[in-house]
Design a protein around this ligand. Structure first.
Ligand SMILES: N[C@@H](CCC(=O)N[C@@H](CS)C(=O)NCC(=O)O)C(=O)O
Length: 225
């Protein structure tokens, strides 16, 4: 058994599980993956021994348990990466933390209307509220790329925790395909081209479990696979 264990949900559906998984993969940190199928009759029973909130992701490191995606990324950064997973300059780090916290805590309509589903590929009409939230994501991505992106293809140039937090949004946009500005679309492509994001999506597509509340969306008619 490895020193670090990451408890995650279905790769097809569990958006927040992707964030710390991607950070660990990008920095080549070895860990064991414990996968628990979500929203099944026995999910709470299986999560109970690991997760105080009965949600995923959860990181287990020696006697320490961390049960929130952003908190896990912070822990990995402090414990294993000497802080390099945030931008080095205080100004950039403050912006990176702000946009990460924003996607983590805001966007209620986006999260409710477009659940992650790696298998979905469809273009749907959007409500005004959803349109506004997509526009805000576009504005964040475009602003960060213009102001801070000169040293690479990611939000703050080189890869950072901010990209981990937006990776689920990229997978979601890949499924529901909203109109984006050119700058935002280029950033979306960079995230989708990331080999570990690709790996996660491929593994998600291979999963056989079906969540009725996600699959009842019109997207089921247009599954890519
Ligand atoms: N704030 C938490 C949210 C975690 C969360 O909502 N996880 C979902 C899967 S992506 C979950 O475990 N859902 C199970 C449930 O709600 O019963 C985080 O970012 O880690």
């Amino acid at each position: 058994m490895k020193d670090i264990r990451l408890v995650i949900g279905d790769k097809n559906y569990s958006s927040w599980s992707l964030c710390p998984w991607l950070l660990l993969k990008m920095y080549d940190i070895e860990f064991d993956e414990i996968q628990i199928a979500l929203y099944q009759d026995n999910t709470a029973e299986k999560l109970g021994p690991y997760s105080p909130s009965l949600k995923v992701p959860v990181l287990l490191h020696r006697e320490i348990t961390i049960w929130d995606s952003l908190a896990i990324c912070e822990y990995i950064n402090e414990e294993f990466l000497q802080g390099i997973a945030w931008p080095a300059s205080p100004r950039r780090r403050a912006s990176a933390r702000s946009v990460s916290a924003e996607i983590h805590s805001e966007f209620p309509t986006l999260k409710k209307t477009w659940p992650m589903n790696c298998k979905a590929s469809v273009k749907l009409n959007v409500s005004e509220q959803l349109y506004n939230e997509v526009a805000r994501v576009d504005a964040i991505w475009s602003c960060c790329r213009h102001k801070f992106g000169e040293n690479g293809n990611y939000l703050f140039g080189r890869f950072s925790i901010a990209d981990c937090l937006f990776a689920p949004t990229a997978v979601i946009f890949n499924s529901y395909r909203p109109e984006l500005s050119q700058t935002a679309q280029s950033y979306l492509n960079a995230l989708l081209d990331n080999p570990f994001v690709q790996k996660w999506m491929a593994q998600g597509r291979d999963e056989i479990s079906r969540l009725p509340e996600v699959e009842r969306l019109p997207v089921t008619l247009a599954h890519a696979s």
